[in-house]
Design a protein around this ligand. Structure first.
Ligand code: SF4
Length: 184
């Protein structure tokens, strides 16, 4: 059962990083301005990366997907193949897999959206400034994506901030810190 609301994949990625962020964005109508890292990321050409890692053609880049039934929209960096599809998400800077779980979750949601609208997604790839992590897309990944969607919707619809135990490592560089109910 889908909650009746619409969220973006960026909101879901932010939820995965810290559930308070989409609540702050929805409550105060603020959004982190584009950082240099984000601008750098846009200079990467997904098809060049796809070619480098040997993904089969055809490639479709910058695919905007709006899933009205799910209430989710987002732009996929690249979809590879014809029948058994692969999804690629490109991030500019190197990070460890442990500090990139929100990007991994973002990729799972994109994989779900592509699977619902275009066909079976078998593997998805996260490019992190030169490193590639691949994820088989199966029941666990799809169920995680669906749960994240509903959890994010719950948070943005709520008047109260979600209950979290702030992670000092994340909070130390969080752009939303000065608006965060856990740091007043
Ligand atoms: S400051 Fe910490 S608890 Fe608050 S939104 Fe940022 S990461 Fe979350």
């Amino acid at each position: 059962m889908f909650i009746d609301a619409e969220v973006s994949v960026t909101q879901i990625k932010n939820y995965s990083f810290c559930p308070v962020i989409p609540w702050i964005e929805a409550t105060y109508n603020v959004h982190e301005p584009e950082s240099n890292a984000m601008k750098e990321g846009k200079k990467r050409v997904p098809s060049e990366i796809a070619q480098k890692i040997g993904l089969e053609r055809p490639y479709i880049e910058e695919v905007m997907i709006v899933d009205k039934e799910l209430g989710v929209k987002g732009k996929v960096d690249l979809i590879s193949g014809k029948k058994r599809l692969k999804v690629l998400e490109v991030k500019s800077f190197k990070r460890s897999a442990e500090t990139s779980t929100h990007f991994r979750d973002q990729l799972f949601v994109y994989s779900l959206l592509v699977q619902r609208q275009m066909g079976r997604v078998v593997v998805s790839y996260l490019y992190l400034g030169g490193d590639i992590i691949s994820y088989d897309i199966g029941k666990y990944e799809i169920e995680r994506a669906l749960k994240l969607i509903n959890d994010t919707k719950r948070v943005v619809l709520s008047e109260e901030p979600p209950k979290v135990r702030p992670d000092p490592r994340k909070c130390s560089y969080c752009w939303y810190r000065h608006m965060c109910p856990y740091h007043w």
